[in-house]
Structures are given as C-alpha cells and as structure tokens.
Design a binder for this molecule. Structure first.
Ligand code: GLV
Ligand code: MN
Length: 215
C-alpha cells in the first residue's frame, strides 16, 4: 500500500513538474497587437486575417550597432517589441557589436537562456554560478564558436582583439529581460542609499558615491 501511495505521489509530482513550463501555442501564431486593451501575459493576438508578412519581419540588423559608449559594445535586441510575430513563440535574438576590447558588461536575462555565436573576432566570455559556489566559468571563443549562458546567471563578453567583433545571440523568451548589474546597483532611480551599498560591497561611501555619479 505504501509503495502504491509513493508511486502515486511521484506521478502527481511528475505531472506537476511537467506542466510548470510555458504552455505551447494553441494556434499557428499570435502576432502581438500592441493596441489591444486586453491585459494578458505577453500581448493579445492581432486578428489573423489582418496579419501581413511584415509582422514576421525585422530589417533593423543590417548595419553595425553604435558602439560609441563607455563600454564599447552595442546589443541590438530583436524581441517581441521589434518583431510582433514573436509573441507567444518563446524566442528572440540579438546582434552584438564590439569595438576592439569592447565589453558587454556583466548582466542577467531574467527570463531567458542565451545561445551565443561568434561571427567575427575573438571573444572572451564568462558566467558565474549561483551561491554558495559562485564558480566562474570562462572561455575564449573564435569565429564560428557557440557558447550557452544559462538562464538568470550573471554573464559578460569581451572582444579581446584589435579589430571589431560581431556575435549573434538567440534567447529563449520573446521578452528575455536584461538587468545590467552595474546599472541596477549603482544607477537605480532613486538611488539605493550609499551606506547600504558601502556595506554590501565592503567599501567606503566615497567609492560608492563615485560609482553612483557614473551610472
Ligand atoms: C545579450 O544580451 C548578450 O549577452 O549578448
Ligand atoms: Mn546576455
């Protein structure tokens, strides 16, 4: 009897776990209708009869992103915001441009795993596992190489060459979410109190104030 009960419990757990993922789409597509007043998880569907080829198209990645900024990189994201046909499909992508030694700084994607492919250049990548190990996993990638950043882990990429580098990423959400660590911690609006950050980072108020001024 105890065995049967145990088996039934396992069965219940299994189905519970199996159903705890994104539901599969129940139709061919659900092009986002940004004008709909209906509030749903994602966007409401545009009338399928009104859908056009351009709803599944984005032409904005033909040219290099503008990397003239403090870190020397630019992520051009193609999520459901840019490409309404992605709604409910659980996928998006990005073009990432780097100046020589440009950095895509440490960040997390709150809703997506990222599959990263180098198209041009040599790029150092890394991510850090969760507490308590905080293991740093890093590798140097060449043109054609692929690397995965698991969902929600802090990761970065840096061009370690003297020429421009280029990569594309595929992300497992129509809306992956990007939290850049330095911006979130030192550039929040309003500021997190200086003394909280000074204690958290085991440094002085002065160092924190300088960082807050930068972000
Ligand atoms: C984009 O978020 C990237 O990490 O390439
Ligand atoms: Mn990323």
């Amino acid at each position: 009897m105890a065995r049967v009960l145990g088996f039934l419990l396992l069965l219940v757990l299994f189905f519970h776990i199996a159903m705890a993922s994104d539901p599969s789409p129940l139709q061919d597509f659900c092009v986002a209708d940004p004008n709909s007043q209906v509030s749903v998880n994602g966007f409401a569907c545009k009338n399928p009869n009104l859908v056009q080829a351009n709803d599944f198209y984005f032409g904005g990645l033909r040219t290099k992103g503008n990397t003239s900024n403090a870190v020397g990189s630019k992520v051009s994201l193609v999520s459901v915001e840019q490409l309404p046909g992605l709604n409910t499909l659980g996928i998006s992508m990005a073009r990432v441009d780097y100046e020589p030694w440009g950095l895509n700084p440490p960040h997390v994607h709150t809703r997506a795993t990222e599959l990263f492919t180098v198209l041009e250049g040599t790029i150092e990548v890394g991510f850090v596992t969760s507490n308590p190990e905080n293991r740093f996993i890093t590798k140097v990638l060449q043109k054609g190489d692929v690397f995965v950043f698991p969902k929600r882990l802090v990761h970065f990429q840096r061009n370690i060459g003297n020429t421009n580098a280029l990569a594309v990423s595929t992300l497992s959400s129509q809306n992956p979410g990007i939290v850049t660590i330095a911006n979130a911690v030192f550039g929040s609006k309003p500021d997190i109190s200086t003394d909280i950050l000074a204690k958290a980072f085991q440094t002085s108020d002065h160092v924190v104030e300088n960082l807050q001024l930068k972000f």
